[in-house]
Design a protein around this ligand. Structure first.
Ligand code: ADP
Ligand code: MG
Ligand code: ZN
Length: 493
């Protein structure tokens, strides 16, 4: 029997504001515990909340980037539950009339383009944080996170595999970071993902009973928790048991999900309209202003890289999935184009993809692509011009590049200081080429026998003989001439 998984995500994104959702306390991460609290965010009697305008703008930007319809009047409600890190006894959240609904997110997964519906985007405040101090056998409470603004983004149950779910989360994160709504750190918890998953017999259209797995803080956890949960549920159904609607957590060390509680239903929270806040009414022109300020979104950028800049689909996808590195590519390509270098896009994309991105953290380190750790486009273009005009080899360019991000030195100065300029004198190259051919008669024979790829090896040997500075293009030409010109002679030997 084959089972099909049905998956939907609930993502909490911390909005990048300086102050909290309903008070003036700072949202700074890493301050001393309980440093940023006041009467409002700890729910002292009589304290009144006031909505943070910036949080509304950022939530609205996220909703628009996800293609949602934004309501001009939404409402806040109280979601009541008891938890030690929730001193008010309720969370202010949008419930019946969320900020936005009916959107979609397009993303790439595996080899294909996929789309997931966005059910809603609403604003809410975060709860505090319980810090479990296992060694001392106690739990400490940090209320600084109470009242930090969040956008909750709920997808439709359109996802079918763990990979698709993690690719969808990746695309959502990229989008939120790109528009400046969220810093996107899964590690620090500014982006948190709950997954909802059920299984059903292949071909069935009704939805199965779902389980929610809370607080997955890496792409791998999302995939592993889903794979485990899909196996667990289908095995239960296979045995004729029912799946219980539950809220579970992921135990990464044990590699399994564990029950937290039976699934809570909306009535358990006793939602009711927040009496201390009027409806959130967006002023005339607000939504259009936010829309006008949105940057180009990652998917549009990917398509433009492909269609207008002529990048191969894979390169366009990899670059557009990066923030600052994609900006670097574009700026470098246009500087190269402006100075008349041929194939500016190919030169810039090749270097960014092969060299720049290689040093940048990727999976796991979600804070990668920090513009501060990148070289500036001006110097990268200068470096690639030195390659284009033959001053240095692309091998030397890689060496020069390694020094760039950490210093302000010009590429040309580094080339001079380190003596990396290419040696292009024909006599020296021919001499080195003759030596290499004499040392490697077998390779020479293979080339003459029709194996053209062996030329790459011989070129590298010539360059190496010239202290790594031989001009590889001239070395290749010279080798070819010597090998072809002396072919007769060689074959007699
Ligand atoms: P709750 O707040 O109780 O978790 P929501 O209505 O906000 O409920 O929905 C949570 C998520 O569950 C959504 O992402 C939705 O796509 C997903 N979902 C709903 N039904 C199913 C199902 N049968 N199987 C898998 N996912 C589901
Ligand atoms: Mg939920
Ligand atoms: Zn406060």
């Amino acid at each position: 029997m084959t089972w099909e998984a049905v998956i939907g995500l609930e993502v909490h994104a911390q909005l990048r504001t300086r102050s909290k959702m309903f008070c003036g306390c700072a949202t700074r991460f890493g301050d001393r515990p309980n440093a940023n609290v006041c009467a409002v965010c700890t729910g002292q009697p009589g304290a009144l909340p006031v909505v943070n305008r910036r949080a509304v703008e950022l939530g609205c930007a996220a909703a628009l980037a996800l293609g949602c319809e934004v309501r001009s009047a939404s409402r806040f409600a109280r979601k009541s539950y008891f938890y030690p890190d929730l001193p008010k006894g309720f969370q202010i959240s949008q419930y019946e009339r969320p900020l936005a609904e009916h959107g979609r997110l397009e993303f790439v997964s595996g080899t294909g383009e996929r789309q997931v519906g966005i059910v809603r985007v609403h604003l809410e405040e975060d709860a505090g944080r319980s810090v479990h101090d296992a060694a001392a056998g106690r739990t400490l409470v940090d209320l600084s996170r109470c009242g930090v603004p969040l956008a909750e983004i709920v997808t439709a149950p359109d996802l079918r595999t763990p990979e698709e779910a993690s690719d969808c989360l990746r695309a959502l994160r990229l989008l939120l970071v790109r528009i400046g709504a969220c810093d996107g750190s899964l590690e620090r918890g500014s982006l948190r993902c709950d997954v909802n998953v059920s299984v059903r017999r292949a071909g069935e259209t009704a939805l199965g009973i779902r389980v929610e797995v809370k607080n997955l803080n890496s792409y791998r956890h999302v995939r592993d928790a889903l794979a485990h949960e899909i196996a667990r549920q289908s095995e239960a159904l296979e045995r004729g048991e029912a799946v219980r609607p539950q809220t579970r957590s992921w135990n990464d060390a044990a590699g399994r999900t564990e029950v937290l509680r039976d699934k809570e239903e909306a009535p358990d929270y006793r939602y009711f309209p927040e009496p201390d806040l009027p409806p959130l009414v967006l002023e005339e022109g607000f939504v259009e202003r936010v829309r006008a300020e949105l940057p180009e979104l990652p998917l549009a950028r990917r398509r433009r890289f492909e269609r207008e800049l002529g990048l191969p689909p894979h390169d366009a996808a990899v670059l557009a999935a990066r923030g600052a590195a994609a900006d670097l590519f574009e700026a470098t390509a246009s500087l190269l184009a402006a100075s008349g270098v041929e194939s500016p896009q190919r030169r810039a994309s090749g270097f960014v993809l092969n060299e720049v991105l290689r040093d940048l953290p990727d999976e796991g380190a979600e804070d990668g692509d920090d513009a501060r750790s990148l070289v500036d486009a001006g110097r990268l273009a200068e470096l690639l011009r030195l390659v284009a005009d033959g001053t240095i080899s692309s091998l030397a360019a890689k060496e020069v590049y390694r020094e760039l991000p950490a210093s302000a030195e010009r590429p040309a100065a580094i080339v001079d200081r380190r003596g990396l300029a290419q040696r292009s004198d024909a006599g020296a190259i021919e001499e080195a080429a003759r030596c290499v051919l004499a040392e490697h008669p077998d390779a020479a024979a293979r080339f003459r026998g029709g194996n053209a790829r062996v030329l790459g090896f011989l070129v590298a040997e010539v360059v190496r003989r010239m202290e790594g500075r031989g001009n590889p293009r001239m070395a290749a030409e010279t080798l070819r001439r010597l090998l072809e010109g002396e072919g007769e002679e060689g074959s007699h030997g």
